[in-house]
Design a protein around this ligand. Structure first.
Ligand code: ADP
Length: 255
């Protein structure tokens, strides 16, 4: 449990560092883009020079898109937390998620209709789901199932304050991860997918969202069996009304 806490702190530090670097990088790229655009206008109209400058502009634009994503997860973008009905949110994006994973992957869901509302930025939560579904798809080369589950949970990872949380989990029965990969999976830029395929930013975005929302994530995975990523997010009423924090009863022993 302590190790997990250190792990979370390490990720926060990496997040802050990355955010700072991303910010500087973004400014530099903006200057590069500005100059390139001017250069393009002044160039003599020959096809080859134009193509070279256009390539450079496109590369710089890809760079700024990447730094935007970095800044988003590194907490430099304001979140707008609101009370969110998770079942409704999920139903709104279900078609999109189904398209993202493709027809060979079945989507299963276990979301109670009377779930308490979450306090979270709904757009960012949709993005987090998309990231998790894309990862599940990549782990399910030859098809399979992704399961989304949500439930009120009394037990929660160490480090979270008292209060009520909902656990949202996305599971797949795909290739899974070895231990080293699990322990590094949420680090920014950590990817096993190879150049041009993975950015290594998906899980760090999910981690950033959970942490910034006052929650937490947990990744459990077994090589050859599958992966579950769980998000603990606060229940809206607990935090909005700022009720005195009441420790929940000890979790029921598992039977
Ligand atoms: P990316 O998907 O761009 O590589 P992520 O941060 O989303 O970046 O994931 C980091 C790494 O964690 C992946 O490259 C992969 O090795 C591993 N990973 C994440 N999700 C899963 C999953 N559902 N199943 C197996 N491995 C996963």
């Amino acid at each position: 449990a302590l190790a997990q806490l250190f792990e979370a702190q390490k990720l926060d530090t990496i997040g802050h560092l990355t955010g700072g670097v991303a910010h500087d990088f973004n400014n530099l790229l903006m200057a590069v883009l500005g100059s390139l655009n001017l250069l393009k206008k002044r160039l003599p109209a020959d096809e080859r020079s134009e193509r070279l400058v256009t390539n450079a502009i496109q590369a710089a634009e890809r760079g700024t898109a990447l730094t935007q994503r970095l800044l988003a997860f590194a907490r430099r973008q304001e979140l707008k937390p609101q009370a969110v009905d998770f079942l409704r949110l999920f139903e709104n994006v279900e078609d999109l998620l189904a398209k993202a994973v493709g027809p060979r992957i079945e989507i299963r869901k276990s979301i109670p209709g009377d779930l308490a509302p979450l306090l979270v930025d709904s757009n960012q939560l949709e993005l987090a789901l998309l990231n998790l579904f894309v990862n599940a798809r990549d782990a399910l080369e030859s098809g399979g199932a992704v399961t989304v589950a949500a439930a009120a949970e009394e037990s929660r990872p160490t480090g979270l304050a008292g209060g009520n949380y909902i656990r949202i989990s996305v599971s797949d029965d795909g290739e899974g991860m070895d231990e080293t990969t699990v322990s590094r999976a949420a680090e920014p830029f950590f990817t096993t997918k190879g150049v041009g395929k993975g950015t290594g930013l998906g899980l760090s975005m999910v981690h950033g969202l959970a942490a910034q929302s006052g929650g937490s994530i947990q990744i459990s995975s077994t090589r050859g069996k599958g992966t579950t990523v769980s998000l603990w997010l606060p229940v809206a009423e607990t935090f909005v009304k700022a009720q005195p924090v009441v420790e929940p009863p000890a979790p029921e022993p598992l039977t």
